[in-house]
Ligand binder design. Structure first.
Ligand code: SF4
Length: 237
């Protein structure tokens, strides 16, 4: 059984959206900082209970979670459990959870909706719809409980991500992308310097790791939704 906490059940608080000028001011202040300093500043600007942190427990997660958990051990981590993860991803999640002392809670689609995608093989027929059901809708449902969502996207991963700011309003929440200008080399150097483990599939040639139905080995994100024009699951669009 994987270590797991239950998502908070309290009624969502209503948070007023930050103005465009407010977001621009945050970007100006955070731009000169490095990733670690940005995370440090975040917890001076926002209460930990207002911060939503998601992790896919994939290739970049050891770097991201090591820094977040060192600075805020009480930060809860949301794992979007699509039901289609590799066993290696679930094992990696368990390993990092124990090693870093993380408090991880699962975010999932309603069981009948997930079952529909399984019976329908929606991941083959219409992967955008499958991602909408298993990833986007479940995360959208918990966003109103938080003021800011921290993601670990990096600009070099896709053209879409290359255009992202450090702070931006995205799908109804203030999104914080503190790693947006971190290079792949910087990430890998940190992981090596701190003797952190890569996801087990990295050693088998996987650079980007998502659901098992939609991921093969390959450089960059070339192994995601191979043969299809899709490059993003929809969470970051
Ligand atoms: S990545 Fe594939 S299996 Fe996972 S939710 Fe998206 S379409 Fe479905």
């Amino acid at each position: 059984m994987l270590p797991s906490a239950t998502a908070p059940a309290a009624e969502p608080a209503v948070h007023a959206p930050l103005s465009a000028a407010g977001i621009a001011a945050l970007n100006t202040r955070y731009a000169p900082l490095d990733f670690e300093a940005r995370i440090h500043s975040l917890y001076q600007d926002f209460a930990v209970g207002d911060v939503l942190v998601t992790s896919s427990f994939a290739a970049t997660s050891a770097y991201f979670l090591h820094i977040v958990s060192r600075l805020r051990p009480d930060q809860r981590i949301a794992f979007i459990d699509t039901g289609y993860h590799f066993p290696e991803t679930l094992a990696y999640r368990q390993y990092l959870t124990e090693r870093f002392g993380l408090q991880v809670f699962d975010v999932r689609a309603e069981e009948w909706k997930h079952q529909f995608t399984l019976d329908d093989r929606t991941y083959q027929r219409d992967p955008d719809y499958c991602c909408a059901i298993n990833k986007v809708e479940p995360l959208d449902a918990i966003k109103p409980r938080y003021r800011v969502w921290v993601s670990s996207v990096m600009g070099w991963q896709t053209d879409n991500r290359a255009g992202m700011a450090i702070f931006e309003e995205r799908r109804g929440i203030l999104k914080f992308n503190p790693m947006i200008d971190v290079t792949r080399e910087q990430r890998d150097a940190y992981i090596r310097e701190h003797d952190l483990p890569f996801h087990p599939l990295v050693a088998q040639g996987y650079s980007s790791i998502g659901c098992s139905h939609c991921t093969v080995s390959g450089d960059g994100r070339s192994g995601r939704w191979q043969g299809k024009p899709k490059t993003e699951c929809g969470l970051h669009l």
